[in-house]
Design a protein around this ligand. Sequence first.
Ligand SMILES: Nc1ncnc2c1ncn2[C@@H]1O[C@H](COP(=O)(O)OP(=O)(O)O)[C@@H](O)[C@H]1O
Ligand SMILES: Cc1cn([C@H]2C[C@H](O)[C@@H](COP(=O)(O)O)O2)c(=O)[nH]c1=O
Ligand SMILES: [Zn+2]
Length: 198
Amino acid sequence: MVVYSEDHREETCRRGRIEVICGSMFSGKTEELIRSLRRATFAHQRVEIFKPSIDTRYSEEEVVSHDNNSIKSTPIDSSASILLFTSEIDVVGIDEAQFFDDGLPGVCNELANRGVRVIIAGLDMDFKGVPFGPIPALCAIADEVTKVHAICVKCGNLAYVSHRTVLNDKRVLLGEKEEYEPLCRCCYQKALKEDMSK
Ligand SMILES: Nc1ncnc2c1ncn2[C@@H]1O[C@H](COP(=O)(O)OP(=O)(O)O)[C@@H](O)[C@H]1O
Ligand SMILES: Cc1cn([C@H]2C[C@H](O)[C@@H](COP(=O)(O)O)O2)c(=O)[nH]c1=O
Ligand SMILES: [Zn+2]
């Protein structure tokens, strides 16, 4: 039996592919990314990990999950830089991909066409429920898309969006539990109504 995310043929054969892990905040995207990249390292594959340099939330140099799991990464400003670091690499991991520019899908396609396995984690939607940055395009060109879910902090159902709990309308606002809560569709609608009446 092949367990979810343990398809060893897909993990280890050298065929290029694009895998997207998306969902709301606290849905386990980074945990899943780190797990896949660690497994690739155990399989003696050459792994390189990138994150946008604006994401300094927990660490400048590491990808860090909400549970404090971490893995070393290279912070970069532009998706084009990924191509400079990835000759002789088998697996490329990218976290917080929603913050990258629209060149990212082209870069991932080029890597996959060269035979690289590309694993991308990112928010599918912003706090307004609008598809975020290059993630929709990445989902379209991906060989595999995994949508993960947090638990709605109001009712315990599966969450689908990250509700911003502080007053700020900018699309990019780094944050954690002080600024965001994962909510299901129903609780999100209620929360938006409450926000409007404040
Ligand atoms: N409401 C929640 N639902 C699910 N997990 C949560 C929640 N709040 C905190 N967590 C923690 O967040 C972890 C996932 O963190 P992480 O992989 O960094 O998520 P993401 O990258 O999607 O934001 C979970 O393993 C869990 O311990
Ligand atoms: C919804 C939303 C989130 N952000 C920020 C908040 C965090 O710093 C990251 C998401 O991190 P995670 O690993 O998925 O928990 O993105 C934002 O800037 N704008 C938003 O709309
Ligand atoms: Zn709910």
